[in-house]
Design a protein around this ligand. Structure first.
Ligand SMILES: *Cc1c(COP(=O)(O)O)cnc(C)c1O
Length: 423
């Protein structure tokens, strides 16, 4: 069966049809967006929590902590819900850390894994006891300077580039030898040696971090990356450092067609022989797999377009709100909110003045007319966090559903909001 036509199962916690209408968390989409209109992202928080708990259970035999990668979806309601469920967090910078703090943080570990961290970001992390995962000798020196100038101790881990070939889509690979992420193992060991020799007097080395990429189809590269990280950790221990933290990163996949994807259990099983008996405190950092399937981007057909070939409609959302198809060819299912079996291959474009503003091409849809509601599925990850104001369009509203109740979590931006930042 072509991926685009895989049936949606009715699911009261996630996204699926019930009674002929698409529901998110058991609430009809028509109801969920009644207060906001479209476009709106709608997230089923109970489905996010279920995915989190499944991941926790999968890694429980390994004693691993689950740190949610905030860059996938930073909505405060999502963060609050995950914090309440016990999740820790991985943040990419000060903005995301501010969100985690605003969401109440929870009891879990918080780590900062940026690439070009600023002094302000490092200072905020240090002030809140956040572990900094450094990617270069320069960044480690900057962290030492921040800790010294504030008279506090700071904790860090080294992020290694494991140089493993990953099964991730090219645009999502971060662990190949030439990927500009992390440092080669010998550099990491050299920095740990310098730390062991007192070269960073205000810092405590706590562990090693690796992240091989996103959308990993199979767990083998994940385990291979963790093995490289563990080798570096052992080398650091041999230098006398009490390293305990092994952070194996994220990357658990979501199937674009809505079918089953390799689950956290398979990743845990692949990691088990690597970390068995190593005496490490393991962390894993899923982003996408916790939130993607729990979210839909609800949009309204504005107009039918005239062109030869398959029918084409312009929706009230596009690449400015969901960049993934335009950025790296990601495919999203687009379905009618009013259930309609079958349909004709249809092109759905956005309102931006860009030929690349195509949400989906050839998705089976019933005959559409202005005002019809559509939903872009698996939009809970890397959707709103990548949204922009391109073409001067305000960013969408966000609605969260939990316990069968929909709540507006973020109002739609307005045209005047867009002027607020300019002096
Ligand atoms: C992006 C990222 C993640 C999450 O990746 P997913 O593919 O969304 O699971 C985890 N860790 C780090 C360091 C990242 O940069």
């Amino acid at each position: 069966m072509p991926a685009d036509t895989a049936p949606l199962l009715a699911d009261r916690t996630g996204v699926g049809y019930a009674g002929g209408v698409l529901c998110v968390g058991g609430v009809p989409v028509t109801e969920a967006v009644a207060a906001t209109g479209t476009p709106a992202y709608v997230y089923a928080l109970d489905a996010v929590e279920a995915a989190y708990r499944r991941t926790v259970a999968a890694f429980a035999p390994l004693g691993a902590e689950v740190l949610y990668a905030v860059k996938a979806n930073g909505n405060l309601a999502v963060l609050r819900h995950l914090a309440a469920a016990g999740a820790g967090f991985t943040v990419a910078g000060g903005g995301e850390l501010t969100r985690v703090l605003a969401a109440g943080r929870g009891r879990g570990t918080v780590v900062l894994a940026g690439r070009g961290t600023t002094t302000d970001e490092l200072a905020l992390a240090v002030a809140h006891g956040v572990v900094v995962h450094v990617q270069s000798a320069d960044e480690l020196a900057a962290l030492q300077a921040v800790a010294a100038s504030r008279g506090v101790r700071a904790r860090f881990a080294v992020r290694v580039n494991p140089a493993v070939a990953s099964s991730a889509p090219v645009a999502l690979r971060t662990g190949e030898a030439d990927a500009p992420f992390g440092m080669p193992p010998p550099v990491a060991v050299a920095l740990l040696a310098r730390a062991a020799a007192g070269g960073y007097p205000d810092l405590d080395a706590v562990g090693v971090h690796v992240h091989v990429g996103s959308q990993l189809a199979v767990p083998a590269p994940y385990a291979a990356g963790a093995r490289v990280a563990l080798d570096v950790l052992r080398a650091g221990r041999a230098l006398g450092l009490p390293l305990r933290a092994l952070d194996a990163g994220g990357g658990f996949p979501v199937d674009e067609g809505g079918g089953p994807a390799t689950g956290p259990e398979a990743f845990a099983a692949a990691l088990e022989p690597v970390v068995a008996g190593a005496g490490v405190r393991l962390a894993v950092e899923p982003g996408r797999s916790l939130v993607a399937g729990a979210g839909a981007l609800v949009t309204r057909v504005r107009y039918r377009l005239h062109r030869p070939g398959r029918p084409a409609v312009v929706a009230d959302t596009g690449m400015h709100h969901l960049l993934r198809p335009a950025l790296y060819g990601a495919r999203h299912r687009v379905v009618p909110v009013a259930e309609a079996p079958g349909g004709e291959p249809t092109t759905v474009v956005g309102p931006c003045c860009e030929p690349g503003d195509v949400l989906a091409d050839g998705v089976p849809l019933p005959p559409l007319a202005p005002g019809d509601l559509l939903a872009v599925l698996d939009a809970g990850a890397y959707g709103m966090t990548m949204a922009s104001n391109y073409n001067g369009h305000p960013r969408p509203a966000e609605v969260v559903v939990t316990g069968g109740v929909a709540t507006v979590a973020r109002r739609r931006e307005t045209w005047s909001d867009e002027l607020a930042w300019e002096t």
